[in-house]
Design a protein around this ligand. Structure first.
Ligand SMILES: *[C@@H]1O[C@H](CO)[C@@H](O)[C@H](O)[C@H]1NC(C)=O
Ligand SMILES: [Cu+2]
Length: 559
């Protein structure tokens, strides 16, 4: 027991990589917490003016409420479990931001739904307002009969602390469906782009140039030619298709299938088809912006259906007529597009699909060493046992990964098993859950700093955790230890994009080949304070690598 406790401490020390990165907002929020809270309200994406107003009022109410509680006898501490640190103060405002933001989203979502039935929010502002009032925390308290807990605080206390229940407060690392802020959606398919990482938290400055996107195309669908101002790396999570990259004197058609990794260089125009008769094509993408960091633009020449969504439309007719050397009428025929179905995704006929697929055409190709996609199943897993397997691809396997500086991995965690704890030395990893249900836990010194405030003789860590399900995106910064666990019912399949992957390594913190197995005896004795052979006995007990049998959970662990 005692040894175990000490191991934990050592592990913690071992990974104190990012302790020094102080957060600016901390200092700011101590001086004017309500002001900062209101600023955060302004920053909530997609919120309308009156919703922001509502948010700001909640800031004030929260502040008054807190002062009252402190006067009444110091119950101000909301996070009793954080080791070391004063607890009260700035940390609470970080909590309240997350709280308000999430609560607001929930309220808006619920009210949208319940007012949708009648006429929708625009035409029925009355319904919407009444609904919002009904859900506001102040009302909740009154209705609750003054028993103490407002709705928001109830949620605050419970979520995150209990296993598998919803999302933790103040957790910038987890992204759900509503964090995909840019969307092109139609019946034939969708492209969803995750919000800028730096919009979520300044902790993500190191990966500010990268964005995540998910493309889904229905069976027998054509995605019209377009190009992005970003290099993109795509992984085929599901289905099969053909992607065509266009250059002035050549075209490359590549058939892609599940497990393929493929790079599309910035600015290269590409079109895509889902060849399958009844299976969806799903691509998970990492985009590396090249002009404005973190900003993405897509360029569509023709075909999106309305004239505004063609970049040609930005030019004057005279210019276009001269450029194409055609008369006005032909110009209309070409770019008028009245008969076009709207959107990026078009239903294709079987003949069209047959004609476009299967031809692997490539002549001289000036952009990189590309020889087509790389299939991750081509090589053996780098780790494999009964509890799961890991496939990895880096620029040594697939040179196209070099300039985008991303490495790729796929974790397949057997049901009831877990992966880790481990950490990456250099990459910040974006995990996208491809299938299954589970949860992860991560140790984060940043959040602990925000709640604690004081730098002590030893570092401290906040447990960050959340449920995982298909579509969840989780960002794990470099150096941060993490564990992922699959539910008992299904394998957990997780795609990992390792950003800034140059010379990255990952280190297991337990099991075979764990980082401590290379320590000298003296180092063990000094670090643990007990004889080396005792430590050896403990750390050599687990002889599997990376994937282990999961913990015993009582009750329903995964909602
Ligand atoms: C994960 O492993 C299971 C069982 O071996 C297999 O059926 C499944 O296809 C794998 N998933 C991926 C994405 O490789
Ligand atoms: Cu952290």
């Amino acid at each position: 027991m005692e040894v175990k406790g000490k191991i934990c401490l050592v592990l913690s020390l071992f990974v104190a990589v990012c302790l020094v990165s102080a957060t600016v907002s901390l200092a700011r929020s101590e001086r004017d917490p309500v002001g900062v809270c209101k600023l955060k309200c302004e920053e909530i994406r997609g919120a309308k003016q009156d919703e922001k107003q509502e948010c700001k009022q909640t800031c004030e109410r929260y502040h008054q409420d807190k002062q009252r509680r402190e006067r009444e006898g110091g119950q101000g501490k909301e996070r009793g479990h954080t080791g070391g640190g004063s607890g009260a103060g700035s940390g609470q405002y970080n909590i309240v931001f997350a709280d308000i933001e999430r609560e607001l989203r929930e309220m808006v979502g619920k009210c949208h739904q319940s007012c949708q039935g009648s006429k929708g929010e625009q035409e029925n502002p009355e319904c919407f307002r009444t609904c919002m009032e009904q859900y506001s925390p102040e009302q909740g308290k009154r209705r609750g009969g003054g028993g103490g807990d407002t709705r928001s605080r109830q949620m605050g206390r419970q979520s995150g602390r209990e296993f598998g229940k919803g999302q933790q407060l103040n957790n910038p690392y987890v992204f759900e469906d509503h964090h995909f802020t840019a969307r092109l959606e139609s019946e034939q398919g969708s492209v969803r782009v995750l919000q800028k990482f730096t919009d979520r938290s300044e902790l993500f400055q190191g990966i500010g140039k990268y964005r995540v996107a998910i493309l889904e195309a229905e069976p027998q669908t054509f995605v019209i030619p377009n190009h992005w101002d970003a290099d993109s790396l795509l992984f085929v999570a599901k289905g099969e298709g053909t992607i065509s990259l266009i250059n002035t004197d050549s075209r490359q058609n590549h058939n892609i299938k599940r497990g393929d990794v493929f790079r599309v260089p910035a600015g290269i125009s590409a079109y895509l088809i889902n060849r399958h008769a009844n299976e969806k094509l799903v691509l998970a993408k990492i985009l590396h912006s090249i002009s404005v960091p973190g900003e993405l633009q897509t360029f569509v020449g023709v075909g999106a259906g309305n004239p505004e969504s063609s970049f040609f439309n930005a030019f004057s007719n005279e210019i276009l007529q001269a450029a194409f050397d055609i008369d006005r009428e032909s110009l209309e025929t070409l770019f008028g597009q009245q008969k076009q179905e709207q959107g990026m995704f078009k239903k294709a006929t079987e003949e069209q699909i047959r004609a476009m697929s299967g031809k692997e055409e490539s002549r001289t190709w000036p952009f990189g060493e590309s020889k087509g996609p790389y299939n991750i199943y081509k090589n053996k897993p780098s780790v494999q046992n009964d509890y799961g397997n890991l496939h990895e691809v880096d620029s040594n396997d697939y040179p196209d990964l070099r300039d985008i500086n991303v490495a790729f991995s796929l974790f397949n965690i057997t049901q009831g098993s877990m992966a880790g704890p481990f950490y990456n030395t250099k990459t910040t990893t974006v995990f996208v859950v491809a299938d299954g249900v589970g949860q992860f836990e991560m140790a984060c010194p940043h959040l602990s700093e925000q709640t604690g405030g004081v730098i002590d003789t030893v570092p401290s860590y906040e447990k960050v955790s959340s449920q995982l399900r298909r579509g969840t995106v989780v960002v794990i910064p470099a150096g941060h230890p993490i564990v992922m666990e699959a539910s008992g019912e299904q394998n957990l399949e997780v795609i990992g994009f390792g950003l800034n992957s140059d010379q990255n390594e990952w280190f297991p913190l337990a099991g075979r080949d764990n980082v401590m197995s290379q320590w000298e005896d003296e180092a063990m004795e000094l670090t643990f304070g007990v004889p080396a052979n005792e430590v050896q006995k403990v750390i050599q007990k687990q002889n599997k690598k990376l994937f282990f049998k999961g913990p015993v959970r009582r009750g329903r662990a995964f909602a």
